[in-house]
Design a protein around this ligand. Structure first.
Ligand SMILES: [Ca+2]
Ligand SMILES: [Ca+2]
Length: 368
């Protein structure tokens, strides 16, 4: 019943659009008052169509007279001329690159909802699953999260495109929330590897808003299930707070077939625990780390490091808390070569080795 209810709502909304019908806003392909991921889905539906050019067309964010209508219309009745964002008479890559993307998130007039449709779990609708590479990470570590649509029991039939509105914990992501990216995976969406998949990725690193949209462009759907892409994230190095969790959440989904019929999808949210870095002795009493030469002379160019545990990364900090970058290079089982940072000042240092089980710490001295 949920699926039917959502379908009816979506079709109804789609057909109320022509209130602003005579003006084209470049990139707002479904003419609903905002440029977003759903407009890429509509662009994919009309892709490779052609019709009359729009006199005086521009890709700037200004309303433009529709001009001569095209022969083709979307299933709800909206004319294909709205998909020709740059007005050159063809629906192609330029409409995406030169109008839809530059005008992304621009708004005009009265907003009409796009018709995103999330399903309740437990029914017969396909689900999206967010699959993280780890359930917990250390500050500064990389994390990947796969986005998987459908499964063997509830696959996707007649897939043409999908748009997602998502949110992530931007305050826990490195580089002021910016170190998060998305790569589309097209293996089952484009099984013949024809290069027909169009995609977009938008993020706002302040608010944590994300949009992903992926669409075929040949008006032919595919059946299947599996990964549609993955997020790559670098966690902030300095985390404040107790037991922080990185969250990636799907707020809204729109899955369409080649007729712009919407199937509701069960959304997902994933949490990844961020382990606290702890400074001091005796963190990992069963493990130990030994560095040589120690003390180190000014002419030494590298240290030899032995550790009883595999190391994720190393951190070298002086008595004032200043960090010096070090990159251990594997040199054997439980053995690493660590090039010494150039111009390391004489003094006492703490070397922290981050492992699966905790932090190993050793004291190091650089002499004159
Ligand atoms: Ca729109
Ligand atoms: Ca065009």
């Amino acid at each position: 019943m949920t699926w039917l209810k959502n379908l009816k709502i979506a079709l109804l909304l789609c057909c109320t659009i022509p209130a602003q019908a005579q003006m084209v806003w470049p990139g707002d392909v479904n003419n609903n008052g905002i440029v977003n991921g759903v407009d890429l889905l509509w662009l994919g539906l009309a892709y490779d169509a052609n019709g009359p050019i729009r006199p005086g067309a521009s890709t700037g964010w200004t309303p433009q007279l529709l001009g001569m209508p095209w022969e083709q219309s979307f299933f709800c009745g909206l004319n294909y001329a709205y998909a020709d964002a740059d007005g050159d008479g063809d629906v192609d890559e330029k409409d995406l690159e030169e109008a839809l993307l530059p005008n992304f998130r621009q708004i005009h007039g009265t907003f009409t909802p796009d018709g995103y449709a999330n399903a309740e779990p437990g029914g017969k609708n396909p689900a999206i699953t967010l699959l993280p590479s780890a359930t917990e990470v250390l500050p500064g570590e990389a994390l990947t999260i796969k986005v998987i649509l459908g499964d063997e029991i509830l696959p996707t039939t007649n897939f043409y495109g999908i748009a997602l509105k998502m949110h992530y914990s931007s305050g826990l992501v490195n580089n002021n929330g910016a170190d998060i990216s998305f790569t589309t995976q097209t293996s089952w969406i484009d099984p013949e590897n024809e290069g027909i998949v169009k995609d977009l990725y938008y993020k706002d690193s302040v608010s944590g808003d994300v949009e992903v949209a992926i669409v075929r462009s040949n008006q032919i759907p595919v059946d299947g299930h599996g990964s549609i892409g993955s997020f790559s994230i670098i966690i902030e190095d300095i985390i404040v707070g107790i037991a922080p969790q990185f969250e990636l959440r799907i707020d809204s989904v729109m899955l369409i077939d080649q007729n712009d019929t919407i199937t509701a999808v069960v959304a997902d949210t994933v949490f990844v625990n961020i382990k606290q870095k702890v400074r001091g002795r005796g963190i990992e009493p069963d493990g130990r780390m030994k560095i040589s030469p120690n003390p180190t002379g000014p002419d030494a160019t590298a240290w030899r490091l032995e550790s009883t545990e595999p190391l994720h990364h190393l951190e070298l900090i002086d008595g004032l808390g200043r960090a010096f970058p070090v990159s251990p290079q594997p040199a054997g089982e439980f053995l690493w070569l660590v090039p010494k940072p150039a111009n390391l000042p004489p003094g006492a240092y703490w070397l922290s080795g981050y492992t699966e089980k905790g932090v190993l710490i050793t004291h190091l001295i650089q002499v004159f």
